[in-house]
Design a protein around this ligand. Sequence first.
Ligand SMILES: [Zn+2]
Ligand SMILES: [Zn+2]
Length: 184
Amino acid sequence: MEPGPASQLRARGLRVTRPRLAVLAVLEEARAGQQHLPVSAIVERARARAGALSTQAVYDGLEALTRSGLVRRIEPAGSPARFEARVGDNHHHLVCRSCGHTTDVDCTVGTAPCLTPASTAGFVVDEAEVVFWGRCESCASQAAGASPEAPAQLPVLDASLPDAPVSATSAAAPPIPDDREASR
Ligand SMILES: [Zn+2]
Ligand SMILES: [Zn+2]
């Protein structure tokens, strides 16, 4: 049986507080669906679960839980930090370029660091963070579904971009001052 949130906190030497319990419970629940939650979603769900909680209390709770290793923080480029309760297994992430959907993928080797750098430059390496970028299933199928129409439009738009503004400004710009001068 999984230890409850309170005993998980005590096992790490953390004081059991209402925000910490709420945050941990929210992330444990999200773990089942492989959800990686931004702070805003954690605040919302923690309040739904535990009643009034300040955003700062949730931030502080996350900070303590992350530092103690009960919670993992990931920061895919271009998106806010996300948190999860799946820790200690050196798993990696697949991130969708289109919608930001983030999902887990097991470590290919099983232990950290799963990749060995060509040169460590004297560093003692203990982790390699791998993010696989691409498109999620739903974004990829949307892109595939849109492709019969898109190619017909995109080349037209692309072709018009380099030419049109230049010729439009050079052709259209002179008449405007002329018209204005003529009308004044
Ligand atoms: Zn997507
Ligand atoms: Zn994960």
